[in-house]
Ligand binder design. Structure first.
Ligand code: ZN
Length: 203
């Protein structure tokens, strides 16, 4: 639960170098015939897939919520549970996926609810580690609306754990970021946790 602002920085922009020829090299390094029918167009497909899966680099949270910040007199907890996400771990470039739960207590403004999953995608569609993604989601909401507090919990399963040596197929990782009232007040945190747990989470 670090609260280091610097972690929200936009990451390195894409170099623009085509990915497909590099994927072809990988296929050849694996001993495959990159020209056989099933693989001949794979490099282009992988390039498009990678571009989509990392499209969060080019997105700006402020642009995404543009027009969907509303001034309201409401100071109870706003919570959105079970936001699905798919990301890729930066250590193995393998998927990790699961659910994000977001709660915040508004000070003056709220975010249109439909924007919360889109904020999650901005940070999920990058090479990530779960801890940083969780923190970035919380910090971006804090920066957008300066709430009394914001809490984010992320439950995920990692292919790099499920598929590789350790093969702990049922192990999930849970990370959280608590800012403002969610960090300072145990009652607020507990309310959030009990709302999150009020439906069985399957991750
Ligand atoms: Zn990994």
């Amino acid at each position: 639960m670090k609260s280091n602002k610097a972690t929200v920085k936009v990451m390195t922009p894409k170099s623009g170098q085509p990915i497909a020829p590099l994927v072809k090299q990988i296929l050849e390094s694996l001993g495959e015939d990159a020209c056989r029918e099933g693989l001949s167009r794979t490099p282009e497909r992988v390039e498009r897939a990678l571009q989509f899966l990392t499209s969060g680099y080019g997105k700006d949270v402020k642009e995404i919520v543009n027009g969907a910040l509303f001034t309201v007199k409401y100071d109870e907890m706003v919570i959105m549970k079970d936001i699905e996400f798919f990301s890729m771990c930066e250590h193995h470039m393998l998927p990790f996926f699961g659910k994000v739960h977001i709660a915040y207590i508004p000070r003056e403004r709220v975010i249109g609810l439909s924007k919360l999953p889109r904020i999650v995608d901005v940070f999920a569609r990058r090479l990530q580690i779960q801890e940083r993604m969780t923190q970035q989601i919380a910090q971006s909401i804090e920066e957008l609306i300066d709430p009394v507090g914001v809490g984010v919990i992320c439950e995920a399963r990692h292919f790099c754990m499920m598929m590789r040596g350790v093969e702990k197929q049922h192990s999930g990782a849970v990370t959280s970021a608590m800012l403002g009232a969610f960090r300072k007040r145990k009652e607020t945190r507990d309310e959030f946790l009990s709302l999150v747990r009020s439906k069985s989470a399957s991750y």
